[in-house]
Design a protein around this ligand. Structure first.
Ligand code: ATR
Length: 291
């Protein structure tokens, strides 16, 4: 035995694949966790154009990576490229956000942690939440994971409100859900009696139009969850707080969808202290960008 533990321990490298990818906060999250856990690993950003995605995923190990996150606009294409090596959450959503090497078969597999991250943050932020009816605004990629998690995993009745009703219908049919669908103009009716409101549209995000809705029909015990985190305090959350409603911001979802990937790649579980540490750094980063 000659080499030290340092020289024989393989350096685990993981990356986030997007197009563009410069603004991804995932490297900040994972490098913070690697440092806190004393793990020798690296997490890079890799910009991959759509036409190179499938080859990049297939060649991940040859490129030196044993895992990856996949972000906009590649989640659906990553699912198609990795089929049939996908786990049930990715299969349901037909979208992959986390890629890992299966230690038993050495194959590259895809999974999806968006739904689990969304629910984990809700349960952490509002531990006594026991609502049964949720309203979800939106029917895009983010909404898919959220609606599916709320109905399938949390067993809630879901009301979807989307500007394009046909898109909401397609989503409900594709996921084989029972969720009811409301037109944007019928927002008030959808909100009446709801225990949870989730904004999963891009409205309210920096650079996008504002989200203007009247929260008056929501009951006083309702929770308002905005998955937008730039800015962290969206107009929706400010308005909800002004009405005395409990609020949940979008940064926790980003952090908690990252945790299952970290466990798979680096073998260590993420605790609330790890989440809080990464959160503080991202908040500082966001304040620098917007300040
Ligand atoms: P993501 O994958 O991040 O969810 P997306 O697929 O582009 O992004 O979805 C964006 C969501 O925001 C959609 O629900 C979209 O509504 P449509 O399905 O009608 O396009 C919603 N959205 C975007 N701009 C909007 C606007 N100005 N008014 C209402 N909804 C809007």
């Amino acid at each position: 035995m000659t080499g030290s533990a340092d020289t024989i321990t393989p350096l685990h490298k993981v990356c986030v694949i997007g197009w563009p990818v410069a603004h991804s906060r995932s490297p900040l999250i994972h490098t913070t966790w690697l440092a806190r856990h004393g793990i020798k690993g690296e997490y890079h950003r890799v910009a991959v154009p759509p036409e190179e995605l499938a080859d990049t995923l297939r060649c991940l190990p040859a490129l030196g990576y044993h895992g990856a996150n996949v972000t906009v606009p590649h989640k659906e294409a990553a699912f198609a490229a990795l089929m049939p090596f996908v786990d049930p959450p990715a299969q349901r959503l037909q979208a992959v956000n986390t890629v890992y090497r299966d230690p038993d078969t050495a194959t590259i597999r895809g999974t999806n942690t968006d739904g689990v991250g969304f629910l984990a943050h809700l349960r952490h932020a509002v531990p006594d939440f026991d609502g049964t009816t949720a309203v979800v605004l939106g029917a895009g990629g983010a909404a898919r994971a959220i609606v599916d998690a709320l109905e399938t995993d949390a067993g809630m009745a879901v009301r979807i409100v989307n500007r394009t009703v046909a898109r909401a219908r397609d989503m409900v049919a594709a996921l084989d859900l029972k969720a009811s669908i409301y037109r944007w103009e019928d927002m008030g009716e959808a909100l009446r009696g709801a225990d949870l409101l989730v904004n999963s549209t891009s409205l309210g995000m920096a650079g996008q139009p504002p989200l203007r809705i009247d929260l008056a029909p929501l009951p006083a015990h309702a929770v308002v969850y905005d998955i937008v985190y730039v800015p962290l305090e969206t107009d929706l959350l400010t308005q909800a707080r002004a009405r005395g409603l409990r609020t949940v911001d979008g940064l926790g979802m980003l952090l908690r969808q990252a945790a299952p990937g970290f466990v798979r790649w680096f073998g260590e579980a993420i605790d609330d202290g790890d989440v809080a540490a990464a959160r503080a750094l991202i908040e500082a980063d966001l304040n620098r960008d917007t300040g």
